[in-house]
Design a protein around this ligand. Structure first.
Ligand SMILES: Cc1cc2nc3c(=O)[nH]c(=O)nc-3n(C[C@H](O)[C@H](O)[C@H](O)COP(=O)(O)OP(=O)(O)OC[C@H]3O[C@@H](n4cnc5c(N)ncnc54)[C@H](O)[C@@H]3O)c2cc1C
Length: 260
């Protein structure tokens, strides 16, 4: 099947990896106006956790599988297209990228490739699909391989970024989420997309001071603020109503890579 139609005129970004870093990066990119697709080829390693206790905002912790589900819902609600499939390779083509997807008999409906202006790799623990790109350095450390990036998550190949654990960040949820956001902001800054901050401010916050609402920001009135609050309360009440049905994924020690 062919690549889904991109949004008109918006730069296209493909985020590889629908885990903590990838979904956070995708959320920031979609909210900034990018045509953002997140290619998810398997579950986040977070789904192995028993109870997540060090994420801000959850004083008694949170079920990590629920947290991962909510990350997916958030990315989708903010405009990311979530595609299933594993990246096979990334091919630079006329100043853009072609992300080819592994053939999978179970996912016949998915695209076989996605084209993009930018690629952001967030695919802990698989960087192999980048191996043929000469200007991208992969660093082997023990049984793990990381993507070498600068402080903004840029690889040696213009337009290709990496975030989260695959970029050598600490093996912690908030750190990898934060890195996903940080690298997304670097990418936005490197692009022509106008952007100041991703802020939702009360009506008049900028305009009452004679300022235009800066790009990336939004002002909302009281009615809209209340509507969004009610919507978020309903969504979270439903999400937290019953215990999550999934058990933690077990350690894949039978696999070749031995897991983490
Ligand atoms: C048992 C356990 C308990 C943990 N407990 C905690 C904790 O209490 N607190 C804490 O802060 N952190 C904890 N962590 C660590 C935390 O889960 C990770 O640091 C975090 O998930 C890393 O985020 P990431 O986005 O880099 O990787 P991930 O969340 O793993 O996301 C990577 C995604 O990329 C996908 N992918 C891989 N290859 C491809 C490919 N070729 N194409 C497409 N997609 C691909 C993967 O399937 C996955 O969905 C725990 C980890 C484990 C194993």
């Amino acid at each position: 099947m062919s690549d889904p139609d991109p949004k008109c005129n918006a730069p296209r970004v493909v985020v590889i990896g629908g885990g903590v870093a990838g979904l956070t990066a995708g959320t920031f990119l979609a909210r900034a106006g990018f045509d953002a697709a997140v290619l998810g080829g398997g579950e986040s390693i977070l789904r192995r956790n028993a109870h997540l206790e060090n994420v801000p905002g959850f004083p008694a912790g949170v079920n990590p599988r629920l947290f991962a589900d909510l990350l997916e819902r958030g990315a989708e609600r903010n405009g990311c297209l979530l595609e299933e499939g594993r990246a096979r390779d990334v091919v630079p083509e006329d100043g853009r990228f072609r992300v080819r997807i592994e053939a999978d008999d179970d996912a016949m409906d998915g695209p076989s490739a996605l084209t993009a202006d930018y690629v952001l790799a967030a695919s802990w623990s698989d960087p192999e699909y980048l191996r043929d790109l000469e200007s991208v350095d992969l660093v082997d450390r023990g049984s793990k391989t990381y993507v070498d990036v600068d402080d903004g998550g840029r690889t040696g190949l213009e337009g290709l970024y990496a975030a989260g654990r695959i970029a050598g960040e600490a093996h912690q949820t908030v750190v990898c989420a934060g890195h996903g956001a940080d690298v997304a902001l670097t990418l936005i800054g490197d692009s022509d997309v106008p952007f100041y901050h991703d802020w939702v401010a009360p009506e008049g916050y900028f305009t009452d001071r004679g300022r235009d609402v800066p790009p990336g920001c939004e002002e909302i009135d009281t009615e809209e603020r209340r509507r969004r609050e009610r919507e978020s309360m309903a969504l979270m009440a439903e999400a937290f109503e019953t215990p999550h049905s999934d058990e933690p994924t077990t350690h894949p020690s039978h696999r070749e890579d031995g897991g983490d």
